[in-house]
Structure formats: C-alpha cells, structure tokens
Ligand binder design. Structure first.
Ligand code: BGC
Length: 357
C-alpha cells in the first residue's frame, strides 16, 4: 500500500506542468501560478524523494524563465549602477504563469526571496544527485547579478506583505542562495566578488539589526518573530547555534498553538495554523535532537489531511481572529487545498524522520 508520503510525492508530480512549473495550488483561484518560493521548496522535496526528473524539470523551467529576462535584468542593474531610483513595478515578478509568462493579474510584486531560494535549491539538487550545474550557468549569472545588486533592498516578505521593510527571512533566503552558488565555483571572478560582497552585507544585517536579544526578528527595526525565520535556521544554517535556539524557542512559544502561526496579528483567513510552518518546526527539531517533538509535528500535519489526502495551506481551528475567515472566503473561496508547498514540507519532514515513500 502506498504511504501518505508517497501519495504526496505523486500528487505534486501529477500537478506539475509539462514545462516543469509547479502551481501553488491546482484548485484555488489565484494560486494557479508558479511561485519561485513555493516551487523551490517543492523541488527540494522532490529531489530528496528521488524524483530527480521532476526537480530537473522545475529547475530547467526556472532557468528558461530567468534567461528570457536577461536583457531586462541587465537594464535594471545598469540603472541601479547609475544611481537611478527604480520603480518596484519594474522588478522581476514573484510568480509566473505555468508557461513562464508574467501574467496580467496584479500581485504583490516585488519579492526577492524566491530568487535566492531557487539558487539554494538548485545547488542542493545538483550536489545531491551529482548533476553538472554548467547548463544552468547563464540563469545563475543573471540571478546573481540581480541579487548582488538588489539583495538587501526592502521588498514584500514571504507572506507578500510590508514592502517597506527589509525582512530577515528574505535577507536569509538571498544569503543562502548566494552562499550556495559561491561554494560550487560556477561564477567568474567579478561575479563571485560581487556575490561575496552582498553575502557579507546580508550576514552583517542578519547578525546585527536582524537579531534582537538572541533571536532573529521579523524585519530590521522590529522586535517581533515570524514563522518564516525558521528557514534561516533549517535548512539555511545562517545563524549561530545560540541564535538558532533563541529563534526556535520564540517561534515555539509565541507562534505555536497546535500548529504554527505565520506571526501574531495575521489576518489572512483570520491567521490560522500553517502546515508548512508546523512541518518546518519539526524539520528543525529533527535536526537538533528533538525527534519526539518532530514526530508530534508530523502527526499533526498528517491529521489535517482531507478525506482525499489533500493538505491545506492553513487550518482554522485556533484562528487568531475568526472574524476574517468569512471575509477571505467571500473574496477567494475556502483555504487553498491542496497546497503543493504543504505537501512538500510534509514530505521533507517525513523523510527527515526516516519514513518511507
Ligand atoms: C503566501 C505565500 C505563498 C503563496 C502561494 C500566499 O498566501 O503568503 O507565501 O507563496 O500564498 O502559496
């Protein structure tokens, strides 16, 4: 009999577009696009599950999408070098149509994290399966030029909010991507130097104003914590063990009910418990000698599946402000289900705990 882990992998594969893109959710009205953020972690899950063809197809799709915008990125980088103020609407999109287009529905663009996470996931995948990264060189160079220029700028965060801030999880995603490509030696000397300079700056920001009282904070200048910060600990490994522990403890005590909130005061469907973040907490616990707690997270995520075995984006049992549930349901329908990113984090946590496919 197929396990729930194997069923999740198959569900992701079934919904992957022939060109390689993963839709955020196949059923939810505004999620029929491919986000680099969701997609990169979904590809990471497929790569870990041994579905190399799926991860290869995603990375190939990203490379084509980015390479098709080479001239545009070069213009943006030159404009920045001339000291011009750049309208954020000119920056690369957060999500693309499944065939690689920009799409014409307005969205909360400009977000940088997905480009960093893509580099990170590409390097993880090529290393894990001993794949030659050379065919990705051009797309990697374009992405590095973009991130080495704009990587520390304010932009919308993982939750597509607060474009006026420098978000620590975003800075961390960009840092992780630059660090990963620097380590595989794919860049020429000038690019490597620019990437290393930006990486040093990001690390300074994360360890400096990005850390308050021994814990990472949501954005520079904030004292709040955010579930997305877990990525800076596991898998990105960007902070000291002390700061990782401080951040973990804050997320666990302040944001967890049974599952984990994105942040306190979230109003999207009233701010319920997110499956990806609960699995993420477990992923970090599994990596830090807390397998029992990690198993509890896995059991909780498993329990949220619908009768069809679909995992939603969030669940509303312990919602922070239930008054908003009706507002979002009227706007976009019920919570996105299945959310491919939820399935991906479930797969990652299950494999980390030694579950079989
Ligand atoms: C989340 C994003 C996510 C997108 C697609 C949004 O509601 O805030 O993090 O990328 O959905 O899943």
């Amino acid at each position: 009999m197929q396990t729930a882990v194997g069923a999740s992998v198959d569900l992701i594969a079934r919904h992957q577009h022939p060109g390689g893109a993963y839709p955020a959710s196949p059923t939810y009205p505004v999620y029929g696009y491919c986000w680099l953020r969701d997609g990169s972690f979904i590809a990471e899950a497929m790569s870990r599950a041994g579905r190399t063809e799926s991860a290869d197809a995603f990375h190939g799709w990203c490379a084509r999408v980015i390479t098709a915008r080479a001239g545009h990125v070069a213009d943006l980088v030159q404009a920045a070098r001339r000291g011009e103020e750049i309208d954020p609407r000119r920056m690369l999109p957060t999500r693309y149509t499944l065939d690689g287009g920009d799409g014409d529905e307005p969205w909360w663009d400009y977000q940088l994290d997905g480009y960093g996470t893509w580099l990170w996931a590409l390097v993880e995948h090529t290393r894990r399966h001993e794949i030659d990264p050379a065919p990705y060189r051009e797309a990697v160079e374009i992405t590095v030029d973009y991130l080495a220029t704009f990587g520390a700028d304010a932009c919308y965060d993982w939750w597509e909010e607060h474009s006026e801030h420098q978000h620590v999880a975003t800075l961390g995603s960009v840092a992780a991507g630059l660090e990963a490509v620097l380590a595989i030696g794919l860049l020429d000397a000038d690019r490597a130097e620019a990437a290393a300079r930006m990486l040093a700056r990001l690390r300074e920001l994360i360890a400096g104003p990005g850390t308050v009282n021994g814990s990472l904070v949501k954005w520079l200048g904030s004292t709040a914590v955010d579930g997305s910060l877990l990525a800076c600990l596991t898998p990105f490994g960007l902070v000291t063990p002390e700061v990782a522990e401080g951040t973990y403890q804050r997320v666990r005590t302040e944001l967890r009910r049974a599952g984990v909130y994105r942040y306190l005061g979230d109003t999207f469907y009233g701010g319920g418990e997110w499956l990806i973040l609960t699995a993420w907490l477990g992923w970090h616990e599994a990596r830090t000698g807390r397998a029992d707690l990690a198993r509890e997270r896995l059991a909780w995520v498993t329990d949220q599946a619908t009768a069809e075995g679909w995992l939603p984006e969030q669940v509303s049992g312990n919602t922070q402000d239930p008054a908003y549930i009706a507002e979002w349901t009227a706007k976009w329908g019920p919570v996105a289900t299945p959310l491919l990113w939820s399935h991906a984090l479930f797969v990652i946590l299950a494999l980390e705990l030694g579950e079989s496919l």
